[in-house]
Write a protein that binds this ligand. Structure first.
Ligand code: ATP
Ligand code: MG
Length: 401
């Protein structure tokens, strides 16, 4: 557990686009909740640091040194959406921040708020937390473009080493390589198990494409199960071996008994089948640990299922150093930026994750409950079918507290 002072300095990055609409609303709500919960004994000391377009306009730098210093000195920060510069040598500012602070877990809780429009019949059955590996896979990979000498060399290896007639692949093809490591996998999966235990959850699923990518994604599965053996778990492998010896009923009974004893039931799923299963049987899943790209798809698909694409929170966390950046998961929404109508819920729910991470659960609960009640009462912004401005929604929430 993190040691947090009563008056922690919290750097915040307003970010670009709707950042200027949603950031002040989040700050006012958190301040209100913290005051209510701790009667003035605790207080956030918000300090603005610059990043993105806003930073570039003011300092000529998309990620100024002062920002990096503040983020190094303070473990916890929160950010709005950042415009990724087209020039400037960044793949993406978000990816750069994740890599700079080795924020290896992208944590995305997905829950349903009554009153939100969902495309599925039973969105209330969704209650999952995705742990997406944040530093490896294709995001740390290399691509070689068509006609490059590297592409040509690798294509030659493909053709000769695998002896398959890959006529189509010549120097005009492009090629990509991705790395996945046991250490990177294990620290992510450990964070997922720790989360399950801290939250009294007893289901964890490793999601991968190990059937196709045997060593990278298959490695994730293998190393994930190795971590499982360090925790109080009952794995699908144990289930299957009982099933083979004593039949399905005995296996089911052993699994139920293990879960009743507080063990975590661990299995794995191939990513494509998993995307099907979360639509058909969402209540079968709780904590999900997966590789970077799978996690990208799964997070958005699940958020859509609860109608929450604009109100889904997220955080990038290094659970070893304690560095964490909480964030609005949507983009800069240039079409409505500055109009004062953006929905601040994604950032607000990320602030709830931040309060929980700090151990300030009482304040987090106040914020979450106020948001849930406002939405259930139909007090929402335009994107959720209501007619409130950002500020009116914030006031509605404060009224609920
Ligand atoms: P970026 O390139 O930064 O991702 P974008 O043009 O892709 O920007 P998004 O931010 O991804 O835009 O938004 C997609 C759509 O969702 C837009 O129509 C936008 O208005 C809407 N949207 C996104 N965030 C919010 C929000 N917080 N409140 C209301 N609508 C939003
Ligand atoms: Mg976008």
């Amino acid at each position: 557990q993190l040691q947090v002072p009563n008056m922690p300095k919290i750097p915040y990055m307003t970010g670009d686009g709707v950042g200027i609409d949603i950031m002040p609303a989040m700050i006012e709500i958190v301040d209100t909740a913290v005051y209510k919960a701790y009667k003035g004994e605790r207080k956030m000391i918000w300090t603005e640091v610059l990043a993105g377009e806003k930073a570039f306009d003011e300092t000529g730098d998309y990620l100024p040194e002062a920002t990096l210093t503040a983020l190094t000195e303070n473990l916890i920060a929160i950010k709005g959406p950042l415009m990724t510069p087209i020039a400037g040598g960044f793949r993406s500012l978000n990816v750069t921040l994740r890599q700079k602070f080795d924020l290896f877990a992208n944590v995305r809780p997905v829950i349903y708020f009554t009153g939100v429009d969902s495309p599925v019949k039973h969105p209330e059955k969704v209650n999952m937390t995705i742990f997406r590996e944040n530093t490896e896979d294709i995001y740390a990979g290399i691509e070689f473009e068509s006609e490059s000498t590297e592409a040509l060399r690798l294509i030659e290896i493909l053709k000769t080493d695998f002896g398959i007639k890959k006529i189509r692949f010549d120097k005009t093809s492009a090629i990509g390589i991705k790395p996945v490591s046991p250490e990177g996998t294990k620290r992510l999966v450990r964070a997922a198990f720790d989360h399950a235990i801290a939250n009294g959850q007893n289901r964890l699923t490793l999601v991968h494409k190990g059937n196709i990518m045997k060593f990278t994604e298959g490695g994730f599965k293998k190393w994930g199960y190795e971590v499982a053996s360090d925790y109080p778990t009952f794995t699908v492998n144990a289930f299957n071996s009982i099933k083979a010896r004593q039949g399905i009923e005995a296996a089911k009974a052993a699994k139920d008994q293990a879960m009743a004893d507080g063990k975590i039931y661990v299995d794995d799923a191939i990513a494509d089948n998993f995307l099907q299963q979360i639509l058909l049987n969402p209540s079968d899943y709780q904590v999900v640990a997966t590789l970077n790209l799978n996690g990208d798809y799964i997070s958005d698909a699940l958020a859509a299922q609860v109608g929450g694409i604009g109100i889904s929170p997220g955080a990038n966390i290094n659970f070893i150093t304690g560095h964490a950046i909480f964030e609005a998961t949507h983009g800069t929404a240039p079409d409505i930026a500055g109009l004062g109508v953006a929905n601040p819920s994604s950032l607000i729910l990320s602030s709830v994750m931040m309060l929980d991470f700090m151990g300030w659960h009482e304040a987090g609960k106040l914020v979450k409950k106020a948001l849930a009640t406002a939405i259930a009462d139909g007090q929402t912004t335009q994107d959720l079918g209501g007619n409130l401005t950002t500020v009116a929604f914030m006031r509605a929430m404060i009224g609920k507290m």
